[in-house]
Design a protein around this ligand. Sequence first.
Ligand code: SAM
Length: 214
Amino acid sequence: MRLRNVRGAREEMLVNPYVIQEPQQYKGHVAVQIFGNNNPIFIEVGMGKGQFITSLAALHPEINYIGIEKYSSVLIRAIEKQEELQLPNLKFLRFDAEYLPDIFAPGEIAHIYLNFSDPWPKDRHAKRRLTSSRFLGLYDQILADGGIVEFKTDNQPLFDFSLESVKESGWTLLMQTRDLHHSEFAEGNVMTEYEAKFSAMGNPIYKLEAVHDK
Ligand code: SAM
């Protein structure tokens, strides 16, 4: 994603009520202390401008959603949407996914979405891909028993890499498709910003879901 420095975005992160500040302090108690309930928590890692998770939060008030994004200049766009909608079940974290186990306790997360994650095409950067075995190991630490990782992309090499990574890491593949929008899984699909852009260009959308038995 090409990043533009948005004036004041970093400062806004530190005071905005929709951004969880010093998240480590809530580890193990996020649902109760942040959302005031015991509902399951679903996260999107690398949320970007938040179209996907905002739509989901509006559709499913019985689920707590947290969008995680490392850049303030992108996250600010998600915050702007949420300030209009004021959904009680949607919060954000400005954080690098590398530190997920510092923020969430084992089993605290019910579901993880990865959408159009950065491909990091060079082999030497493979460990940075959010579907690498390194990241799958982090997700495993925070996911509840039966918790699912859902991944969508338009990038075929990244999808092939992710399929391998899922298998090598001992996860079970629940579904996969190489053309989501024309598949049996199309119904109920919620589009992300990147998905809308790339599918409008005619690119097929790839999707997989995987689970790691505890
Ligand atoms: N998910 C959105 C979509 O589908 O429209 C945005 C996709 S964009 C290509 C990938 C986003 O992931 C970028 O905003 C980037 O800053 C974020 N990202 C990449 N690596 C990350 C990490 N380790 N932790 C948190 N966010 C990350």
